[in-house]
Write a protein that binds this ligand. Structure first.
Ligand code: PLP
Length: 393
């Protein structure tokens, strides 16, 4: 589209915010001789607990949020015949971990405004087989946690929060996600997430039982981890270990934890930058024919992992055209998500139809995610705003 100034530089949809401290810590790790799970992963877990400022939390570092969700559900002994309620408007990882354990995800629609799981739909989906609810704090906006916690308590269900977008975000009167009254919360440090280590994740739980099981299963079901064995803390001079369960290989290497230490220290500063970008977008787009993302309730923190707008019915450009036009203008965008009921596997295995999930279906057809990350300069933000105005105004 010629109305948009040609780009002198491509603005990617997402970029990690890696500083000199992260680089120096990785180099230090490489020089240390200990590159897999060890002292830095331990420190990262300790720092993570302190970040959430809740003394009674266990933090268990893993190599992805997918691994963390799998371990959390495994620790809750979810298995064949069980059902776990998940929002249909999410990444496939949220649902696939339920299948890993031979259990079935039960998909429910999201709220048309917040695009987070609808508590009423959750309650309507409960059956005698339901064991857990797996809410997603979509885009960095916390779900309606008070009603979900109440529904779970009333029906004897567990909650495992998919907090892949929610570091840091708050709910229930300013409480950080990760400190609520749920069985476990799982964060992601995937390359595009708000705190990024390339690949990585963290399970947070108040339950010593869940923590112990997750620690065991993250490393082959070996009752004592390799760092303990080789750092001389164990008996037998370090060589002896026992396998007590068929575990997984889900440990976070120190090379990734080294990055995480410094990312975590800047998590609030990076959130503030994203919040400032969101505010600039809000102001600039409020006169365009678009639906803006729902803000966090007063007093709550939105992590602003994603900035998702929806084109109005009166828009003179369709979503797919807008994506191509922005790409021509040198601006990367994305769509979050192709809902699970549109993917062949989930659609066919569970007989899902678009009409079953009207809010997700409608939102998907007109949504676009714009760049929002702390590395964006003011000029980058202005460029996105200028292109959007030119294409939609
Ligand atoms: C990124 C993401 C995951 C998976 O995170 P990984 O660390 O890549 O395994 C899970 N759920 C949601 C909603 C995500 O966005």
């Amino acid at each position: 589209m010629s109305i948009v100034t040609p780009p002198d530089r491509y603005l990617p949809f997402a970029l990690p915010d890696i500083g000199e401290a992260e680089i120096a810590e990785v180099v230090d790790t490489l020089r240390s001789g200990w590159i897999t799970t060890g002292p830095k992963a331990r420190r990262f877990e300790r720092d993570f607990g302190e970040f959430l400022a809740s003394g009674d939390l266990h933090a268990i570092a893993v190599n992805s949020a997918t691994a963390g969700l799998h371990l959390a559900l495994e620790a809750l002994q979810i298995g064949p015949g069980d059902e776990v309620i998940v929002p249909v408007h999410t990444f496939t990882a949220t649902a696939e971990v339920v299948n890993y354990l031979g259990a079935d995800p039960v998909f429910v629609d999201v709220d048309p405004v917040t695009l987070t799981i609808r508590p009423e739909a959750v309650e309507a989906a409960i059956t005698p087989r339901t064991r857990a609810i797996l809410p997603v704090h979509y885009a960095g906006l916390a779900c309606a946690m008070d009603p979900l916690v109440r529904i779970a308590a009333k029906h004897g269900l567990q909650i495992v929060e998919d907090a892949a977008h929610a570091l840091p975000a708050t709910s229930c009167g300013g409480r950080l996600i990760g400190t609520l009254d749920t069985a476990a919360t799982v964060f992601s440090f995937y390359a595009t997430k708000t705190v990024a280590t390339g690949e990585g994740g963290m399970i947070v739980t108040r339950s010593a039982k869940i923590a112990e099981r997750a620690r065991l299963m993250r490393i082959h079901g070996i009752s004592r981890d390799v760092f303990d064995r080789y750092s001389g803390k164990a008996d037998h001079g370090g060589w002896y270990y026992e396998v007590v369960a068929p575990g997984f290989k889900y440990n976070l290497p120190d090379l990734a934890a080294a990055i995480g230490l410094h990312q975590l220290a800047r998590a609030h500063a990076m959130q503030q930058r994203r919040a400032a970008i969101a505010a600039a977008y809000h102001e600039a787009f409020s006169c365009l024919p678009v639906e803006l993302p729902a803000p966090a309730p007063a007093g709550e923190l939105h992590a602003w992992h994603l900035y998702v707008i929806r084109l109005g019915r009166g828009s003179r450009i369709q979503r797919d055209e807008l994506i191509l036009a922005l790409r021509e203008a040198g601006i990367g965008t994305s769509v979050h998500y192709v809902p699970l009921h549109f993917h062949p596997y989930w659609r066919e295995r569970y007989g899902l139809r678009p009409g079953d999930f009207p809010a997700s279906t409608d939102a998907y057809r007109c949504m676009i995610s714009l760049p929002i990350y702390s590395k964006m300069a003011d000029a980058d933000v202005e460029r996105v705003i200028g292109s959007m105005r030119a294409l939609l105004g």
